[in-house]
Design a protein around this ligand. Structure first.
Ligand code: 5GP
Ligand code: MN
Length: 349
């Protein structure tokens, strides 16, 4: 049996906040990923089954390959419906924030939410949480926020009550944040958690296909283009860079989310320790979104903080550059120079 994550006092506090609330709003970070959508929907099902009014609000749209998740169709998108959502946000008597740890990760939705003084519960696995919730359930050792939520549900409700829908949502988050359990997933408790989810009847093979094997032809060709034409390698730094402009996106009718996962591919090259993918933001002008991935002990999050005004985990981090792609590329090269000793690495496996 999985050990308790919260102590008695924390469980009581969480239980009392939830039992006193009637109108709960759940939010996640901008550009929601599988863990964000899985966490929101799992909590949504749980809170509805204990008779709460629940509204899920994402700061902006989430990718099509997550739309099949049970409950995902009920997620409201803030930047498309600001005015319509304002009354619901103002009337919320409890907020639950999942998969992020600073209000700025909600962008404009953060301003609306923070203007309401109702209690806020933060459930997250990112490092260095800022203190902006009434109750903070921060566990960076967990592979996904969904793993934390499963552990909370096991403490808050009987295992028998967890539904197959909730289990499916939770599995999506754990699977996507570990790239299908190929990184950040060596704690044995993860597999005990998966055992619990399997006992609820999830179809893990179908979930994998639903998420990872639903490419459009355009996405496949874009992947080929990026790898063949755009990827630059820097063998002396054991690093690679891919860039994508808005015009190139158009060439492949590429939507938000269509580039998900591409940044991982160059790490399949023998000896590669760092892969960076930079793309022009689809919505904001003059903003380059940056994704960083690494293997072994190379700290992507440190590089993201130092050079890209971002952060994240040791092996997966992100940030942005305000400026042109050329400027972003120049910053990347500076970063390579500064991190050269760590990139060349001594702990080569
Ligand atoms: P992705 O490359 O998938 O956008 O982001 C990978 C991880 O980096 C995310 O799970 C998140 O932890 C972190 N991350 C991405 N963008 C940002 C950012 O702008 N700021 C911070 N602090 N972390 C980010
Ligand atoms: Mn996550």
């Amino acid at each position: 049996m999985l050990p308790n994550l919260l102590n008695e006092c924390e469980v009581r506090e969480l239980q009392s906040l939830i039992s006193q609330a009637q109108n709960v709003v759940i939010t996640c970070h901008v550009s929601p990923d599988g863990d964000a959508v899985g966490s929101m929907t799992a909590l949504y099902h749980y809170l509805r089954r204990i008779n709460k009014n629940v509204t899920m609000v994402a700061p902006n749209i989430f990718p099509d390959f997550l739309k099949w998740i049970p409950g995902a169709n009920d997620i409201h998108v803030y930047d498309k419906n600001e005015e319509a959502l304002e009354p619901t946000i103002a009337a919320a008597d409890l907020f639950m924030f999942v998969d992020f740890n600073e209000p700025k990760r909600m962008e404009k939705l953060g301003d609306a939410v923070m203007a309401n003084n109702s209690p806020k519960v933060l459930i997250d696995h990112h490092l260095n949480p800022t203190d902006f919730g009434s109750v903070s359930c921060s566990h960076p050792e967990m592979c996904a926020t969904c793993e934390i939520i499963l552990r909370l549900l096991l403490q808050l409700s009987a295992i028998d009550e967890i539904t197959p829908e909730e289990a499916t949502c939770l599995y999506v988050g754990m699977m996507t944040d570990t790239g299908g359990f190929i990184y950040n997933s060596s704690r044995s408790e993860i597999y005990e958690a998966i055992g619990v989810l399997l006992s609820k009847g999830i179809d893990k093979d179908k979930i994998y296909r639903n998420v990872f094997y639903t490419c459009t032809t355009d996405r496949f060709r874009l992947m080929g283009y990026l790898l063949y034409v755009k990827m630059k390698t820097f063998p002396e730094y054991r690093a690679s860079l891919m860039t994508l402009t808005k015009d190139e996106r158009k060439l492949f009718s590429c939507k938000n989310g269509d580039t998900e996962g591409f940044v991982n591919i160059p790490l399949q090259i023998n000896g590669m320790r760092l892969s960076v993918f930079m793309r022009e933001d689809t919505e904001k002008k003059n903003v380059i979104r940056v994704s960083l991935r690494s293997v072994d002990d190379f700290p992507c999050n440190a590089m993201a903080t130092d050079f890209f005004n971002g952060g994240g985990h040791l092996n997966a981090a992100g940030g942005e550059v305000i400026g042109t792609m050329d400027q972003a590329e120049a910053i990347f090269k500076e970063a390579l120079k500064k991190y050269a000793p760590l990139l060349r690495g001594v702990n080569v496996s």
